[in-house]
Design a protein around this ligand. Structure first.
Ligand code: PEP
Ligand code: MN
Length: 317
């Protein structure tokens, strides 16, 4: 295994890694270059994967279709909460693409609090999502709730989402870890940052290194917002992991009046993208209508984000 260190890793950090490698019974070979320092690790590398030693390697870039996420590239994920029909999705997809989104979202298997609420269109929804993504030139992400759905979801989706409710569904994490699909792993509503990173390790340990984390708020006593957005999770994760992290202000706040400010704050905090629910008729939406941005609101937000991206030196590809 090769560990590529961040350009400004200190000698103390490098020594710490070398010591840890030795403690794990592995051998290391340090190579200091002008531009980067590399550690070659010899031995059973699965021992390393169980360690959050991910502390220091360079930021990973995850490819979703042709879109790069991380390492200076931002994901602008947008779309309705659920795929409702080809017509509705086609309209929303066209608008978010025109505004600057680069990944289309839409749930076909929906985790609903009530079993009587709309549960998603299943495979029919996946087909509709795929067609809309192809037509409007965006890779697509959609949620998988159960290992039994994984085959069909990976057949249609460019990226699979593991939602907050399943962040610690370890069998599901292992299964997505065995696919070649990039994974959007959302923080559980009562999970710590460490819990989130350890859930990511389940996926990485199976050999799938294409993981993007997502902060989407945690439960708190505050009842004027849907969840409490933990913006510090962004730099917190970045200090401990090479994985990209994006922010979902839609599920975090549940309020369209707060989403733009929180999306801008996310970019300023160093997030590798945002994840926003958009609907062209929120009052008729079959799920999460009250938190959806209208396409025009999303478009205004994207203008701000493009300006902020320049300030923080990031690219939306
Ligand atoms: C979603 O993205 O549609 C969703 C259900 O999000 P979360 O898992 O964060 O609640
Ligand atoms: Mn939703």
């Amino acid at each position: 295994m090769i560990i590529v260190l961040r350009p400004h890793s200190t000698p103390a950090q490098i020594d710490h890694i070398l010591e840890r490698i030795q403690e794990l019974g592995l051998r290391s070979h340090l190579s200091r270059g002008e531009l980067r320092t590399i550690i070659g690790v010899i031995g059973d590398e699965s021992k390393l994967q169980a360690e959050p030693l991910s502390a220091l390697p360079e930021d990973s870039v995850v490819k979703v279709g042709s879109v790069r996420v991380g390492g200076g590239f931002m994901a602008m994920v947008a779309g309705p909460c659920a795929v409702e029909s080809a017509e509705v999705l086609d309209g929303i997809a066209g608008e978010v693409k025109a505004a600057g989104a680069n990944i289309l979202r839409g749930g076909a298997f929906k985790p609903r609090t009530s079993p009587y609420s709309f549960q998603g269109l299943g495979e029919e929804g996946l087909k509709i999502l795929r067609d809309a993504g192809d037509k409007h030139g965006m890779p697509v992400v959609t949620e998988v709730m159960d290992p039994r759905q994984l085959d069909v979801v990976s057949r249609y989706a460019d990226m699979v989402q593991v939602g907050a409710r399943n962040m610690q569904n370890f069998d599901l994490l292992r299964e997505v870890g065995q696919t070649d699909r990039p994974v959007l792993l959302k923080r559980g509503m009562s999970a710590t940052v460490r819990d989130l990173l350890m859930s990511a390790e389940y996926i990485l340990a199976e050999g799938n290194h294409q993981v993007v984390l997502c902060e989407r708020g945690v439960r708190s006593f505050e009842d004027s917002t849907r969840n409490m957005l933990d913006m510090s999770a962004v730099p917190n994760v970045k200090g401990q992991s090479h994985l990209p992290i994006i922010v979902d202000p839609s599920h975090a706040t549940g309020r369209p009046d707060l989403i733009p400010a929180m999306a801008r704050a996310a970019v300023a905090a160093g997030a590798d993208g945002v994840h926003v629910e958009v609907h062209n008729c929120p009052e008729k939406a079959l799920s999460d209508g009250p938190q959806a941005l209208l396409p025009a609101q999303f478009s205004g937000l994207m203008e701000d984000i493009r300006r902020l991206a320049e300030v923080v030196g990031k690219t939306i590809s």
